[in-house]
Design a protein around this ligand. Sequence first.
Ligand code: SF4
Length: 221
Amino acid sequence: METTFPYEIPDREIYRYLGYRNALPDEAVLQKIALCKERLIKDVSPKAIWQYYDITWQDDTTLLLEGIPVRSQNLSRNIADCHRICLLAVTLGPAPDRYIQKAEVTAMSDAVIYQAISAAMIEAYCYHINGLIRKEAEEEGYFLRPRFSPGYGDFPLEFQRNIGDLLQMAKNIGITLTDSLLMMPSKSVTAIIGLSKTNSECKEAGCEVCNKSATCAFRRI
Ligand code: SF4
């Protein structure tokens, strides 16, 4: 099968987004998942852009990025010893929204399945891009902190606009923002990743699943 998405999509994640915990979906649902997944894999157009920036600190909870003050206690703790960050934006393109909107009219259960698969796909794509960034960072002697997205904790959602401007998201990968700061296409992610000279052996999946989170000074929340 021709594919624009050669990245592994863990079935377990799709089931989790669909609300299955330990049980497996029945055969009819599994077949529907396989069909919807095949369509999405064929039609998505994953794109990513990332850039590195030096940052300075105005105070303990405010960093300066290209002269823009970014105030957030949670973000500042997470990247407290970083003087360099990576700004990242990724998207699956418009196909998931098209499939979801069409299914919302014809078969709501299919819309839920498209939602779950595309959520697992954007996560899988972020994982892939994160790996490329990690490799680049390590070549420069840096270690990555977990991704930190606007709207998470007290990191203002409004910072989406700054990321949009700095990365020229609309021009480069086709992500635009609505007045209420939602991204279009909806299966898109933006984030800051701290680059530290200290190897904290951070978990790709984030502080929530890290066994050091109870004691780590850099945990996100
Ligand atoms: S809790 Fe774990 S993943 Fe989070 S910053 Fe600390 S070491 Fe990294």
